[in-house]
Design a protein around this ligand. Structure first.
Ligand SMILES: C[S@@+](CC[C@H](N)C(=O)[O-])C[C@H]1O[C@@H](n2cnc3c(N)ncnc32)[C@H](O)[C@@H]1O
Ligand code: SF4
Length: 509
């Protein structure tokens, strides 16, 4: 896509708006005009009290222009940046809607966390009804999605009410290895024999990082609310290695004191009774057993290398292990999937009555193998995926689940969302704390991102957040982990502990 932006507005933000109408577009300087390549010209300017924008979008010989305007007095406490984004969002939205006859469900909300916007609205005194109205009228969010975002926000606020956010934290442990690579996946995960052979070295380094991070947490006087072992596929580890990992966590924290301890098992073909027994013995309270779809044909075509029967077998093992919560992930809108196929999967999962179901909307990132297939394109409007997502929301609600967390990703079919459902009292707490950025998450392992959070009162809208990144790939992680942990005085690089302490001292002097 060819994009030109005029005025004091982030080009990246304008790109995310364009992606609402032209999913999967690239914006490099090498993009050339052609009848298939859309063009956008977006201008932002101010006229006294008014923040104004015009946007012209063209595709082939069709063209459409939209305008957007907002006055400072319309949202008196909004920053200039937010007002500028609303004006530009409205202009691109109007132009795109007219050009393509398509209305993005989340309006001009391009961010990852629509429910965070909703909870900020609630916490700043708007109440439930007004918050829904603001989402609809200011951000052009579809009324059903506005209801979803506000109800997720209300549930989140309820389930995190009793947690003392400023003196608690969570821990994420990354196991970036999988038995094989699924064609749609963009997560960093080692699957080749060469990478899987790094597991021993990886765990050795990871254990040092686990000890280090818990020691930092103790020195800060924080309580650990939740621990999440994610991936990749943590159950790719042999029983002995899994046991060693869980023992290392248990050496550092009384796992019985955790509000939640998740082992994201994931791939059914890695789950055994022995591994689940070990998990239960070490205090794991939540596991994921993920089919993504209950169609063998589709599983084969997305390269997932397990069958529907494997899923049922693993699910039953998880159930008989006595682990409190089982989560099941599904994906709506997988290439080759249909509404009827998805609805069969959703109904079958509901009949198992897991405590948690997460419905993801298919998203495609450059790193996914599927992206490189000829003619691959995301349908505008989402096609069957939009119907599937709507069906999952209705069916989950009627079966007694409520949506408790949600997020969105770039390049998602139909600009749809990912939603976690749970029966009351079984919500995945880590997901909420992490997604809503409610307290610090200390993350260890390759591709792990530590997020330090400080809330200025009141909680909404005024948080200070600092991210600390760990190298993405296992090789890089093994190379750099020690330097990150202990620092490098010769180049003035502080240790991880010093960085974290610096953040806490700055914000809690
Ligand atoms: C980080 S993955 C790990 C889970 C585990 N390895 C598995 O595949 O079962 C978490 C979830 O993200 C979802 N996911 C992964 N790739 C996706 C994609 N391209 N689009 C939508 N959802 C995706 C899947 O539902 C997956 O279970
Ligand atoms: S979807 Fe899960 S199992 Fe498949 S490659 Fe990605 S992380 Fe691994």
């Amino acid at each position: 896509m060819i994009l030109t932006v005029e005025g004091d507005i982030s080009a990246y933000y304008v790109q995310t708006l364009c992606l609402l109408f032209f999913p999967g577009s690239k914006f490099g300087v090498e993009e050339k005009p052609s009848p298939e390549n859309p063009e956008a010209h977006v201008r932002f300017y101010r006229e006294g009290e008014a923040f104004c924008s015009t946007a012209t979008l063209s595709l082939g010989d069709r063209q459409s222009t939209g305008t957007g305007e907002i006055l400072v007095s319309d949202i008196p406490d909004a920053s200039a940046e937010r007002l500028a984004k609303i004006a530009v969002g409205r202009a691109v939205f109007a132009a795109g809607k007219e050009l393509l006859g398509y209305t993005p469900p989340w309006g001009i909300l391009t961010g990852v966390r629509p429910s965070k916007v909703a909870s900020e609205l609630i916490l700043t005194g708007n109440g439930i009804l007004r918050s829904k109205r603001v989402l609809r009228d200011e951000y052009f969010v579809n009324p059903k999605k506005a209801v979803l975002a506000v109800s997720v926000a209300a549930t989140e606020l309820k389930i995190t009410k009793s947690i003392s956010l400023h003196d608690s934290c969570s821990v994420y442990i990354s196991i970036p290895f999988c038995p094989s690579r699924c064609a749609y996946c963009s997560f960093v995960s080692g699957t080749s024999g060469r990478l899987l052979s790094l597991i021993d070295d990886y765990l050795e380094t990871l254990f040092l990082d686990i000890d280090n991070i818990f020691s930092v947490i103790r020195s800060l006087g924080l309580t650990v609310s939740t621990v999440y072992i994610g991936g990749g596929t943590p159950t790719v580890l042999t029983p002995t290695k899994l046991k060693a990992l869980l023992a290392r966590v248990a050496k550092n924290v009384d796992t019985a004191s955790l509000a939640e301890f998740t082992l994201e098992a994931g791939r059914p073909d890695t789950i055994t009774a022995e591994k689940l027994e070990i998990a239960k013995a070490y205090g794991v309270t939540r596991v994921s057993v993920n089919p993504q779809t209950l169609s063998d044909e589709l599983l084969l075509s997305i390269g997932r290398r397990h069958t529907v029967d494997d899923f049922y077998r693993a699910y039953e093992l998880a159930r008989s292990s006595g682990i409190r919560d089982i989560n099941v992930d599904l994906i709506a809108g997988l290439p080759g999937d249909s509404f009827s196929n998805f609805s069969v999967s959703m109904d079958a999962i509901l009949s198992l009555a897991p405590t948690n179901i997460t419905v993801h909307s298919f998203s495609v990132k450059n790193a996914a193998d599927i992206r490189r297939q000829d003619g691959f394109a995301l349908p505008l409007g989402g096609g069957d995926a939009a119907k599937s997502v709507e069906y999952s929301q209705l069916r989950a609600k009627n079966a007694g689940y409520r949506p408790y967390y949600m997020y969105r990703q770039k390049n998602t079919v139909g600009n749809l969302e990912n939603v976690g459902y749970a029966t009351e009292g079984h919500e995945g707490l880590y997901n909420v704390l992490m997604m809503e950025e409610l307290h610090s998450i200390f993350a260890v392992g390759a591709a792990a991102v530590t997020k330090l959070v400080h809330h200025c009162a009141p909680r909404a809208g005024t948080s200070k957040i600092q991210r600390i990144f760990t190298p993405k790939y296992p090789y890089e992680y093994l190379r750099d982990a020690e330097k990150i942990r202990v620092g490098d005085a010769s180049v003035g690089m502080p240790s991880l502990a010093e960085k974290i302490q610096g953040f806490y001292e700055q914000h809690n002097p």
